[in-house]
Each structure stands twice: as C-alpha cells, then as structure tokens.
Design a protein around this ligand. Sequence first.
Ligand SMILES: Cc1ncc(C[n+]2csc(CCOP(=O)(O)OP(=O)(O)O)c2C)c(N)n1
Ligand SMILES: [Mg+2]
Length: 556
Amino acid sequence: MTRTGARVLVDQLVAHGVDTAFCVPGESYIAVLDSLRDAPIRLVVARHEAGAANMAEAYGKLTGRPGICLVTRAPGATHAATGVYTAFQDSTPLILLVGQVPREHRGREAFQELNYSDAFGAMTKLAIEAEAPDQFPEIAARAFGTALSGRPGPVVVAMPEDVLAAEADVEDATPHPVARDVPLNGDLARVREFLSTAARPLIVVGGGGWSAQAAEDVRAFAEASVIPVATSFRRQDYIDNTSPSYAGVLTVGHDAALAGRLRESDVLLVIGSRLGDIATRGYTTLEPPRIPQTLVHVHADPKELGRVYEPDLAIVATSPEFLAALEPIDGPHRTDWFASAHADFLASLRHKRGPGELDVGDVMQHLRERLPADALLTNGAGNYTVWCHRFYAFRRYRTQLAPCSGAMGYGIPAAIAAKVVHPERTVVCISGDGDFLMSGHELAAAVQEELPIVVLVVNNGMYGTIRMHQERLFPGRVVGTELVNPDFTAWARAFGAYGEVVLRSEDFPDAFERALAERRPALLELRVDPEAITPRQTLSEIRAEASAQHLGSASG
Ligand SMILES: Cc1ncc(C[n+]2csc(CCOP(=O)(O)OP(=O)(O)O)c2C)c(N)n1
Ligand SMILES: [Mg+2]
C-alpha cells in the first residue's frame, strides 16, 4: 500500500513510541500536520519555536525518550536553535523535524531555504535531510538511535516539501534497543581498589542518560561504601538529597566548603559528568590537565575522557550500566569525612535572611517543607536560580528541570512539558522578571492545554546577573540591565491564568495555596528588593568591595 512521505514519517514516530509532540505549525510541513491529526500523538502547540523546542527538550530530560519538536523552515528552525543547543549541552535526546524547500529548488536560496547540516552541524549529533519518501523508516531509526545512544543529544531531520507529498510503498521500521556501554570487569576491580584505600574519596555525578534506577544505585553504593556524593550543576536530582551520602551541588557560586572538599579529595570518581567549568569554578578548584588526586572518569563518550583532565582510569560506560555493575566496598575508616560532608550540606540549606520584605530563601524553605517528594521544579537562568539551587532538597530523580546550558526562557516551557507528562504531580516554575518575558507567552499554551502549573516570577526590576557582573567589574556604571516591567499579574489574567502579587515572605504560603487551588495556570509575582542580588552579598556590598579594589589598584 502506498503512503505519502508525511504519513510514512508520522507512522514511524508512532512505531517508535512517540506519544507527544511540540510544534509551531508551518505550511512547509503541512502534510505532516495533516497526518498527525489522525495519529495517537498529543500535539502541543507553542507560541514560539524556542518554547516548542524547550518543551521537547524537557520532555526528553524527563522521560529519557527523544522529545519531538516540529517547526517550519529557516525562521522556525533558527528560533528553535536555543532548545537544540540546550539538548546538546545538557545531553538530552531530542529530534527536531523541520520543513525544507522542494528538492528541485534547493541551492537557489529559495524562500526560507537553509542548509540545516551547516546551520546545526556544531550543535547536533546528526543533521540529515530526506531525499525520498521511502527513506523515512531508515531515517527515523537512525534519528532515534543517534539521539539515544552514547552521550544522548539532538538530531535534526529536514523534510523537503515534495518528499512529504510524494508516495512510497515501504515497510515501517521495527524499533530496536539502543546499545549500551558496559564497564569491563578489570576496570571495575581497579575502581574498587582505588576506593577501598581512599581516605577522602568523592563521587561527582552528572551528564545525560541517567535513570531513576541509576539514581537509586548511586545512593545505595555511596551509603554502603561510605563515600560522599556531589551533584553537578542542575543535576541535583541524581541522588536523594536526604541521603547521608549527599554532599551538595557544584552549582554556580557553590559553597566554599564543597569546593574545598573537591580539592581535598584523594580519589575522585566522576560518573557521567564532564567535570566542567561550573563544577570546578572555571577550572580553578581543579586545575587541568593533571590533578593531584586519583581521577577515575566514567563517561559514555570516549572523546570526553582525557579531553580536559587526565584520568588515572578512564571508563567508557553509560552511567546506569556502570552503577549497576559496581559492587560496594567497606569504608569505616572514612566515617568522619563522610558525615561532615552531609553535615556541610545540611548547614548550607539554612539561609541568612536578606534585605527586603520578601526573601527568596524563605520561599524556597517553604517549598522544601511544603512540596511532596515528587513535585517538579523548573527554572531558566538568572541570579534567582542561586536560591532555587541552594535552598531546595530534591528527593526523586527528575524532579529538577533546568538548563545546564544556562539558557533563559527555559522554565515555563519545561513546566508545560512536565505537566503534560505528569498531570498528577505539582509543577512549579521559578523565573526571573527578565527570564519570564523570554517565554512567558507560553502561558497561552498552558491555558489551552489546561495545565495548572504555578509560575513564581522573582521580580527585582533588572537583569540581575548582568547587573551583578557590572558592579563587580565596572562598579556604579549601570547600563543595559534595568527593566521597566509590565504588570505581570494583569498579563497572567489576560491569558486566562490566575495572578497575584506577593510582597512579604509571610504572605507566600497562603498565596501559594491559593495558586494551587485554582487548578489552572497561576502566576505569583514575588517582589524582591534589588539589593538582594545573591544570598551572601547585597548589590551595594558588591559595588563597595569592587570600588575599593579599583581604588586600591589605581593607587597601588
Ligand atoms: C538566552 C540568554 N540570553 C542572555 C543570557 C545572559 N543572562 C544570564 S542571566 C541574565 C539576567 C536574568 O535576569 P532575570 O531573569 O531577571 O534574573 P535575575 O538575575 O534578575 O535574578 C542574562 C541576561 C542568557 N543566559 N541566556
Ligand atoms: Mg531580574
């Protein structure tokens, strides 16, 4: 039986188990839309392609299956690029299906023509274009396999318009399991050898391709072997934070005690993480290429091993497979090191109240105590995230959806995807005032899809992160960072969402209950003092400190 290329493609999505796709429609792939109409796939319509791609990225993070995003030719694709980049940096499986001009017009710079392998080559694992309708089964199998295998990541599939319309008689692909990299027994024995004699071992977890079982396995291994575990930036949910082995997160501006612990460790077992820029405070806590401690580095991509730090033992393995194979060892001689690591984490959860009537630390403390273990927290980028990451305790795998890429505008699309996947769970997005306006319009998608997410907008009237850097480097010289904001709650109401302003910490708990009780998308605008720029230092303190240094260096 013959089918159009569009139908063949959609049938492959169904065959690969796709249940949800995120899109902004375009006439360039209208035949695919038509085929989706009859498919058992929920289509979530975003208002901007960055939103659609970020939703698909969050879906990929949450489920471990490729998020599917459909966008129109060039402008749709370039809008979606931010989500693709986040999938790349965050190692998330994602497939971007993008329209393309008919084959016979290619190379003429036809209307909205773009060479996708050129444009996306540096931020995807594969960018491929269909040449004939009967290729879709093979292309889809390759796209799913590539997105999921090794270090997961994004794939772009371009769909020339005439290929979608043409007919073919072709069989559907049968999805096959993805090959996993398993550690060698000899290497596992050496890991155990290193760890059994270590006095101050530390495990650092991160990267993509994890699972709830892997999170459970690392907790069980670390507790039984008396080894503390630190998580990497925005991978805080890779171990139950209430585990006595949890030592905290190597986030932006992380605790000095944790940085000290990373430096003082004698054996470092890095699982899945690239031991990157943020975890090492710009490669200063640990200076590449050779570090004093014994480094065991486990990663699914052999190209990441030895790329920055020279490991004593390099193991190519996916994190779940590595952890499933790792047997615990005895470690009673390091009980003090172990206990003090978790004690440091518990101490770092206590915040000092900052300036202003509403303190984001108070809000996070309330959420920590109020939310069930399976609630999902999402965020984008900005200084407000420092409070989110420092003062919350994640208990279940994939309760944190946050961009390791540091892309603003991620939180709301991610919250939408989270609520699509887990309608029964509480989903809270925390956003900054700058961050919110990069994707706040996706509240329309949340209202349309009837997804009762709660959005907290931390409003300090500025692009706070950049202002902080300004005060550090050019004290007092404010430029390009002040924001005149709209009335956020009126904006929320205009979309059909609930909106309320919160001015004081003590008013937050009741406002949060009202937001939850609405059972529709809700926004709480948290007005904070712009002085409260970090949990540790105010804006004025940063400015004064920088001015003194500048004066000092001018006179000295
Ligand atoms: C897409 C994108 N554009 C710009 C930046 C640079 N940037 C990082 S944080 C930030 C300001 C965020 O402001 P806001 O959301 O209000 O949070 P605040 O820092 O004030 O808490 C900017 C502009 C970025 N990380 N991502
Ligand atoms: Mg701000």
